[in-house]
Design a protein around this ligand. Sequence first.
Ligand code: DOR
Ligand code: ZN
Length: 333
Amino acid sequence: MQIILNSPLDMHVHLRDNDMLKVVAPLTSKTFAWALVMPNLVPPIKTLEDVVSYKKRVLDETWNDIFTPYMTVFFSEELTFEILKQLKSEILSVKLYPEWVTTNSQGWAKNILSPRNLEIFANMETLWIPLSIHWETSDFVLDREKNFISIYEELATRFPKLKIIAEHITTKELAETLDKFENLYATITVHHLLITLNDLAWWMLKPHLFCKPIAKRDEDREALLKLALSWNSKVMLWTDSAPHPIHKKECSGCAAWVFTSPIALQLLTELFEENNSLNNLQKFISDNAVRIYNLKPNQKQIILEKKDFIIPEKYWEVVPFKAWENLKWSIIN
Ligand code: DOR
Ligand code: ZN
C-alpha cells in the first residue's frame, strides 16, 4: 500500500547554522518541498542582510532543486516601515519571541503591547506581512499559553487585517479560540499530537521530550488531534523540529525542543491512518499553508509505503523523537 503526498510543507523549522545546519538541512529538504525557517540563531536574524546571507547558507546545504526555504526575521524594535518594506520580498513572516520563553529569546520583546511594538504591527498590517508568535507569556509554565489569549484579543481588535499565526499550539483553550477570530491561524507540531506532560515526566525525566511550550494534558492533546484530523482550514503542520546536540539535552539545564523533521511525515501518516483520516492528511501537511500564506506550489511528491521503518538512534549528535521505535510507514523516494 502506498500514499503520495504532494509538496509537503514544514511551516516552522529550526535549521540552525554551521555544523548543525549541514546535518539537518539535507534531512528537511529531502522530506519537504518547502519550509519556513526560524530566525532564533545567536545572534538572531534581524536585518535584510542577515536574511539574505542565512538563506544562502541554507541553500548551500539543501537539495535545492526540489526545496524552497522561506525565511523569517526576528521581531525587534528596529523594524521600521522602510526596513519592513525592503524585507517583504525576502520573508514570509516576522517571528516574535516574548522574553525568556524559549531558546535564544532572552532580552527580546518585553512588553508585546508597547507603543513602539503597536506601531510595528500597524506597519506590518499595511504591508500585508504576517506575524508569527511564540504564543506564551512568562507566567506559571502550564498557564503561559492560555494567558496569551488576552494579548491576542487586543491585537486582533486593533489589527483586524494582520494575519497572526499562533505557533505550536498546545492547549484546548487556544484550539477553541481559533474559530472566534478571522485573522488567527495556528500550527501544530507532530509531537504535541502524540505526547502529554506525563510522557515527559512520568517517573523519570525524558529530556528529548522537553520543549517549549511544554506538552500539556490529555484533553489538550485530544483537542489538537481533533483539529488536525478534521477539515479545519486554519491549522497547518509544522514540525518545529529544533535540534540540540545530545550534551545540551542530557545535562542539568536541558535545552528545549524535540527533533522530528526526518520522521514527521511517517508518524503523521500512521496517526491519520489509525484515526481513519488519511483523506485529510494532504490538507494538514500542505494545502492549508498554501492558502493561508498565498504560496505558489513547487511540485514535489513524497511516496510513503506501508513498510517498517526503525527510527535511528541518532542523526549525528542529535537524538530524534522516538529514537529506536518502529514506524509502520517508510518514505521510499
Ligand atoms: O522548545 C523550543 N525550542 N521551542 C521553541 O519555540 C524554539 C526551540 C529552539 O529553537 O530550540
Ligand atoms: Zn520553534
